[in-house]
Write a protein that binds this ligand. Sequence first.
Ligand SMILES: NC(=O)c1ccc[n+]([C@@H]2O[C@H](COP(=O)([O-])OP(=O)(O)OC[C@H]3O[C@@H](n4cnc5c(N)ncnc54)[C@H](OP(=O)(O)O)[C@@H]3O)[C@@H](O)[C@H]2O)c1
Length: 161
Amino acid sequence: MVIVGIVAIDRNLAIGKGGTLPWHYSADMRFFKQTTIGNAVVMGRRTWITLNKPLKDRMNIVLSSQPATTNSIVTLPDVKSVLTLAGSLTRDLYVIGGAKVYQAFLPHIERWIVTKVPLSVEGADTFMPANFLEGFELSEVRQLDEELRVKFYERVSEARP
Ligand SMILES: NC(=O)c1ccc[n+]([C@@H]2O[C@H](COP(=O)([O-])OP(=O)(O)OC[C@H]3O[C@@H](n4cnc5c(N)ncnc54)[C@H](OP(=O)(O)O)[C@@H]3O)[C@@H](O)[C@H]2O)c1
């Protein structure tokens, strides 16, 4: 089981605006689906709200202090509970956002998969932590289409406590 962060960022590390994704790239949606399918995904309550329904063929885990309102997802109250559940899985755990959840899982992520969006979103209000790739090394670059590149990073040094 590997814990993998997967995110799309603009030129300024923006990931969200007004509670949603400030862009739509079909190639990235396809890549996200192909990469995460068959595995577990963990997201924050605000990101869950944007989905409307669980991501198909994946175990959907939502981090929230509030109890679940549907039994199609697993709601857990803290990172420790997610790590305990993930430890019992044979599948990987993909951390799919948003910013609060990326921040909370930062010390536990072993690999980052980062789509570089060629935009500077005006009025963006949600950003990746500036240091999220500290301790990681670039391992692969993949071109998704003419516009989009995905960079893969592997952890090379222990996370700071
Ligand atoms: N570009 C991308 O790849 C990408 C990916 C995902 C999301 N996004 C964007 O990011 C934005 C949402 O991000 P966000 O940071 O505002 O919200 P978020 O991380 O999706 O959700 C935050 C909520 O999750 C719960 N939570 C987070 N950390 C927790 C912890 N350590 N323990 C317990 N509960 C925890 C809390 O829910 P309770 O209040 O219920 O306790 C918190 O209010 C949206 O604009 C979305 O579109 C972008």
